[in-house]
Design a protein around this ligand. Structure first.
Ligand code: ADP
Ligand code: MG
Length: 195
C-alpha cells in the first residue's frame, strides 16, 4: 500500500541525520528500506565493501562525495544505493500526480558525457532544471579520454542545488580539478589499497 510505503520512507529519512558514516559496518547500519536490505542479501551482498561503507552514509545524508577506490572495489553499489533512495523520494512526490504529468518525468539517465551534452544542446524537450543527483562514474577514464571540457559544460548546465557523487579508480590531477568544479563542500573518501 502506497501510503504505508510513504510513511516508511519518511521514517527512514528522519533517521538519516543519525548515521555515523565512519562507524557503519553492516548494510543494516544504514537506514535502508526492508526491501533494499532484502535485495542486497538476495544478491549475496552481505557486508558493504570499504568504499561502500565509507560513502553510502554521506550520500544518504545528501552530501557531495568524491570516492576513489581501485577497480573491483564495489563503487557501483556505493552510488546505486543512494540513487535508489532518490527514486523513492521522486515516487513519493509523484504519487499525487496523474499519469500525463508523470510521463514527462524521466527519473534516471545513464549515458556517456558526449551524448548527454548533445541532448542538452539539441533536444528541446530535455531539461535538467529539476535534477536531484548527478553521478560521475569512471571519472579518471572519462577524463583520460579527453572529455574534461564536455564534463565542464554539462556541470555548468545543471542546477547548483543538485547532489553530486563522483567516483574514480584513481586520484589524478584532472579528477581533482573536476571535483573542484563539480562538487560542493564534498566528503573525500579515498580507500587505499591494502599492502
Ligand atoms: P568498481 O566499480 O569499483 O570497479 P564494481 O561495482 O564493478 O567495482 O564491483 C566489483 C564486483 O564486486 C562486482 O562483481 C560486484 O557484484 C561485487 N560487489 C560489490 N559490492 C559487493 C559487496 N558488498 N559484497 C560482495 N560483492 C560485492
Ligand atoms: Mg565501476
Amino acid at each position: 500500500d502506497w501510503e504505508v510505503e510513504k510513511d516508511n520512507i519518511q521514517k527512514l529519512v528522519s533517521r538519516y541525520t543519525e548515521i555515523n558514516p565512519k562507524e557503519a559496518v553492516k548494510f543494516s547500519d544504514f537506514p535502508l528500506s526492508k526491501k533494499t536490505l532484502k535485495g542486497l542479501l538476495e544478491a549475496q551482498y552481505r557486508q558493504p565493501t570499504e568504499i561502500q561503507r565509507q560513502t553510502v552514509g554521506f550520500a544518504l545524508q545528501g552530501k557531495d562525495v568524491l570516492g576513489a577506490a581501485k577497480t573491483g572495489s564495489g563503487k557501483t553499489l556505493a552510488f546505486l544505493i543512494p540513487v535508489k533512495f532518490v527514486i523513492n523520494i521522486c515516487r513519493m512526490f509523484l504519487s499525487g500526480c496523474d499519469e500525463s504529468e508523470k510521463i514527462h518525468n524521466t527519473n534516471i539517465i545513464i549515458c556517456t558525457p558526449g551524448r548527454l551534452l548533445q541532448h542538452m544542446d539539441e533536444t528541446s524537450a530535455f531539461h535538467a532544471s529539476d535534477l536531484l543527483m548527478l553521478v560521475l562514474d569512471e571519472a579518471d577514464r572519462i577524463l583520460d579520454m579527453g572529455f574534461a571540457e564536455t564534463l565542464n559544460a554539462i556541470v555548468e548546465n545543471l542546477p547548483s542545488t543538485r547532489q553530486t557523487l563522483l567516483f574514480s579508480a584513481t586520484q589524478t590531477k584532472s579528477v581533482k580539478d573536476l571535483a573542484r568544479l563539480s562538487l560542493n563542500d564534498p566528503e573525500y573518501v579515498w580507500v587505499h589499497e591494502q599492502a
